[in-house]
Ligand binder design. Structure first.
Ligand code: 6R9
Length: 677
C-alpha cells in the first residue's frame, strides 16, 4: 500500500523535492547542516561534533563512546559497568554495559520521587470521559513497593516469570515496575487476547503468577478479564497464584488461587528494597507474531533497553521537562512498554495512560483529552487517524490543541491522506509529524524523521532517518547491500544498538533463524524498504506471512491453525488484503472435508467465532471464501501469490498459473470470489 504512495513523491530535482517538502519546512527549514539546538549535554565530550550529521556519524563510528557516555549520565547505577558492549551481528550476539548493576524501577521511579516527589508521573485518562486519576512519583513509588512486596510475600522471586493481563491503568504500570524491582520477568499479554492465546503465552513462559483485573472497560463495553483468566487457568495447572485488582468491582468467578491485590498491598510494607540486577538480566518478554503459528517471546534486558527507550522518547518527541506526554498505545504492546512506561518514566516525564478508544463517547475523544490535559506530544496509530478523519474536521476544530508540538505515528505505514490530516488538521500545520518505524524486537524507535528538535525537513509518510546508533541497510536477495538507486530491499540493521532484542525466550535457534541467518552480518527486520532519492527510508511492508491489522501484528498461520481445527475444514490459507481503515485485513480461503456441503448453514459464522474466541477479535477474517480445494503446486505447496490476487479481487490478473497441479481449482475460486462483495 505504501508503495503506491511513494510513487507520488517526485523523484526529479531537489527543487521539486523542496516544493513537496514545503508543507513542513517552516520553521525547520535550516537545511541539513544545522547546529544542535536540543540540549544533549553529553555532546560536549564528543570531539568535533557541531551538527546533527556529525552527531549521528559519531554515534556510528564511535558507537561505544556515544552509548557509554549516555549510559553513565542518564542511568543510575549501583555498580558501574566495565565493558560498554560485546556484540557480533554475524552470530546474533548482543550484550551491553557488562558488569553494571542497576534497578530499572529505581531509575523510573525512586530517583524522581527523591528529587521531585509531587511531580505527576501518570495521568490516567479513564474510559469514562472526564474522569482522571493523577499519580505522583511519590505515590507511584509506594504503589510499586507495596505491589513488589505482595509478590515477594507470596513467593515470587528474581527470575520468575509473571504474566500481566490488565487494562491500561496505573496499577498495570505498577505491576510491571514491581516485577522490575524484584527482578521478576514480566510478560504482559494484551487484554484483548482470548483465554487460549493467554494460556499459550503463560505456558511458553512457564509463568506461575498472573496479575489481572476483575473487569476491563473500553468504549463503555465491559470485558470480563477475570473470567477469561479462569478459562486460561484450566489449561495451565502450573499457575500458583492469581493477583486480582479491581476496576469495576462487579462479580466474577473465584478460584482458590486468587489473591486480592488491594488487600495484599494494603498489608504489605510500603518500601521494598530494589534488587540489584545485572545489565544483561532479563527485564521482560513480550510475545509477538512471526510467520509460524507459535508466538515468540521476545526478550529484552535491563540497562540497554531502558537507555534506548529513554533516549528515543526524549529526542524523537523533543520531550522537555514539564511537558505532558501522551502515547495512547495499550501497555500490552511494545509501544506501551517503551513509550507509556519505561521511556517517559525513565526521563521523569508525565505520561498519560489512555484506557479508552478513539471514538468514545464520540470521535473527538483524543482531542478533548489533549485540550483538557494540555498535552504536548501525542503518539498514536495510523488506523485511528484514518478512522477519525472520516468523521470530518469538526471534532478536532472544536478543541484548543495549541499545546501540541509533536505528533507521532507508529505500528504501520501512515498513508498520505492520514498524514496530511494529522499534520494540517490536528497539528494545525504547526507540529512535527514523526512517523516512527520500529518493532518489538528493536526495543525502541529505529527510523524516524527527526531525532531531536534540530530542525529539518520532513517527508510525509516516511520514517526517513535512522536514530542515533542505527544504521539501516537495504539488502538484496543475494545478501549484498543495495547501494544507490530507488531499489527495494530487505530492511536490515547493520550495527548493534542497546535496545536490540537478545533472544526468543526458550528458543535461541529460532531467534537466529529469524533475524540473523537470512542475511548474514545483518539484523533482518522482516520488512521491506526502499530509499527515496537515495536518502530517506520508506518501509514497503512485511516480506513474510505476517499481517498488520490495525497496527497489530499477526501471523497468518495463527489464524489458519484455528480454522484448520474446525471439524468441517480440510485446509485453510489466510492472506492479507488492503483495508481502508485497518490498513490490512485477513481474508481466509477454506476448503472443506469430503461430504461437507459448502452451503452448510452458518459455517462462516462458526469459523469467525472460533477465531474471535481462540485468538482475538482483531484477528477475525473480514471475508471467508469456502471452496472444495486450494490452489497448489505439484509439490503440494499452497500458492499464496494467487490467493493474494484472488482476495484482492484481481481475478483477471492472476499471473502464471502453469505450475499449478490443477488449474481448474483457480477458475472455481475466481468464480466464487466474483460472487462475493
Ligand atoms: C512498534 C511496533 C512491528 C511491525 C514492523 C512493521 C510495522 C511499525 C511502522 C511499521 C511502517 C511504520 N510497522 N511501525 N511499518 N511504518 N512507522 O509496531 O511493533 O508490533 O512489533 O510491529 O509493524 O511491519 O515490522 P510491532
Amino acid at each position: 500500500m505504501i508503495l503506491s504512495l511513494s510513487k507520488q513523491i517526485p523523484s526529479a530535482s531537489r527543487k521539486i523535492k523542496l516544493q513537496w517538502f514545503s508543507v513542513t519546512t517552516a520553521p525547520y527549514s535550516h537545511g541539513h547542516e544545522i547546529k544542535l539546538t536540543t540540549p544533549m549535554p553529553e555532546v560536549a565530550s564528543f570531539k568535533g561534533v557541531t551538527s546533527y550529521t556529525d552527531l549521528y556519524n559519531y554515534s556510528i563510528t564511535n558507537s561505544n563512546h556515544f552509548w557509554e557516555t549516555h549510559a553513565k549520565s542518564r542511568l543510575k547505577w549501583f555498580e558501574p559497568f566495565h565493558t560498554t558492549s560485546e556484540c557480533d551481528m554475524s552470530v546474533g550476539k548482543a550484550k551491553w554495559f557488562l558488569g553494571g548493576k542497576l534497578n530499572v524501577s529505581v531509575n523510573c521511579v525512586d530517583r524522581h520521587a527523591q528529587t521531585n516527589p509531587d511531580k505527576i508521573a501518570l495521568i490516567w485518562e479513564k474510559d469514562e470521559l472526564g474522569q482522571n486519576e493523577f499519580v505522583t512519583y511519590q505515590q507511584l513509588l509506594e504503589m510499586v513497593c507495596r505491589l513488589a512486596n505482595s509478590l515477594v510475600d507470596s513467593g515470587v522471586r528474581k527470575g520468575d516469570r509473571v504474566a500481566i493481563y490488565m487494562p491500561v491503568s496505573p496499577i498495570a504500570v505498577a505491576a510491571m515496575l514491581a516485577c522490575a524491582r524484584i527482578g521478576a520477568v514480566h510478560s504482559v499479554v494484551f487484554a484483548g487476547f482470548s483465554a487460549d492465546a493467554l494460556a499459550q503465552r503463560i505456558k511458553d513462559a512457564g509463568a506461575e503468577t498472573i496479575i489481572t483485573t476483575d473487569q476491563a472497560v473500553r468504549g463503555g463495553k465491559v470485558i470480563e478479564l477475570k473470567n477469561i483468566v479462569n478459562a486460561a487457568l484450566v489449561q495451565c495447572p502450573s499457575v500458583k497464584r492469581v493477583f486480582l485488582s479491581h476496576r469495576l468491582g462487579k462479580s466474577y468467578a473465584r478460584t482458590d488461587k486468587d489473591i486480592d491485590l488491594d488487600e495484599a498491598m494494603s498489608k504489605a510494607d510500603k518500601y521494598c528494597e530494589p534488587v540489584s540486577m545485572d545489565s544483561e538480566d532479563l527485564l521482560f518478554m513480550l510475545y509477538t507474531s512471526g510467520s509460524t503459528g507459535k508466538p515468540k517471546g521476545i526478550v529484552h534486558t535491563q540497562a540497554g533497553y531502558l537507555l534506548y527507550a529513554m533516549m528515543t522518547q526524549k529526542y524523537v518527541f523533543d520531550y522537555r521537562d514539564g511537558d505532558i506526554y501522551a502515547c495512547v498505545a495499550d501497555v500490552g504492546w511494545i509501544t506501551g512498554h517503551s513509550y507509556v512506561v519505561y521511556g517517559p518514566l525513565g526521563n521523569g516525564a508525565t505520561s498519560v495512560l489512555f484506557e479508552s478508544v478513539p471514538t468514545y463517547p464520540d470521535p473527538g475523544r483524543y482531542w478533548n483529552m489533549v485540550e483538557r490535559l494540555r498535552i504536548n506530544q501525542f503518539y498514536g496509530a495510523p488506523t485511528a487517524i484514518r478512522l477519525l478523519l472520516r468523521y470530518g474536521d469538526s471534532y478536532v476544530k472544536k478543541y484548543d490543541l495549541s499545546t501540541l508540538r509533536v505528533l507521532g505515528s507508529v505500528g504501520e505505514p501512515i498513508n498520505h491522506e492520514a498524514w496530511e490530516w494529522y499534520h494540517n488538521v490536528v497539528g494545525n500545520g504547526k507540529c512535527d509529524v514523526v512517523d516512527t518505524w520500529w518493532q518489538t524486537e528493536t526495543g525502541g524507535i529505529a527510523i524516524t524523521p527527526r531525532p531531536s528538535s534540530l530542525g529539518d525537513v520532513i517527508v510525509p509518510s516516511a520514517p526517513m532517518r535512522p536514530f542515533f546508533g542505527i544504521q539501516p541497510a537495504l539488502v538484496g536477495e543475494d545478501g549484498k547491500e543495495l547501494v544507490g538507486g530507488d531499489s527495494d530491499g530487505a530492511c536490515c540493521l547493520k550495527t548493534p544498538w542497546p535496545g536490540m532484542a537478545r533472544t526468543i525466550y526458550g528458543d535461541h535457534e529460532r531467534f537466529l533463524d529469524t533475524y540473523y541467518r537470512p542475511y548474514p552480518g545483518y539484523y533482518f527486520s522482516g520488512d521491506g524498504a526502499r530509499k527515496i532519492e537515495n536518502e530517506f527510508f520508506q518501509i514497503t511492508g512485511r516480506m513474510d506471512d505476517v499481517l498488520n491489522i490495525s497496527g497489530h501484528r499477526l501471523g497468518t498461520a495463527e489464524i489458519e491453525d484455528i480454522l484448520d481445527e474446525h471439524v468441517d475444514v480440510a485446509e485453510a490459507a489466510v492472506v492479507g488484503v488492503p483495508h481502508h481503515i485497518k490498513g490490512e485485513e485477513a481474508f481466509a480461503f477454506v476448503s472443506l472435508k469430503e461430504g461437507v456441503s459448502k452451503q452448510k448453514v452458518n459455517l462462516v459464522g462458526e469459523l469467525k467465532s472460533d477465531v474471535r474466541q481462540k485468538v482475538a477479535a482483531f484477528a477475525v477474517p473480514g471475508q471467508i471464501l469456502i471452496s472444495d480445494a486450494l490452489p497448489k503446486t505439484r509439490s503440494g505447496k499452497i500458492m499464496r501469490r494467487i490467493l493474494r490476487k484472488l482476495a484482492a479481487g484481481e481475478v483477471n490478473d492472476l499471473g502464471d498459473t502453469s505450475t499449478l497441479a490443477d488449474p481448474t481449482v483457480v477458475e472455481r475460486l475466481a468464480a466464487e470470489r466474483l460472487k462475493m462483495k
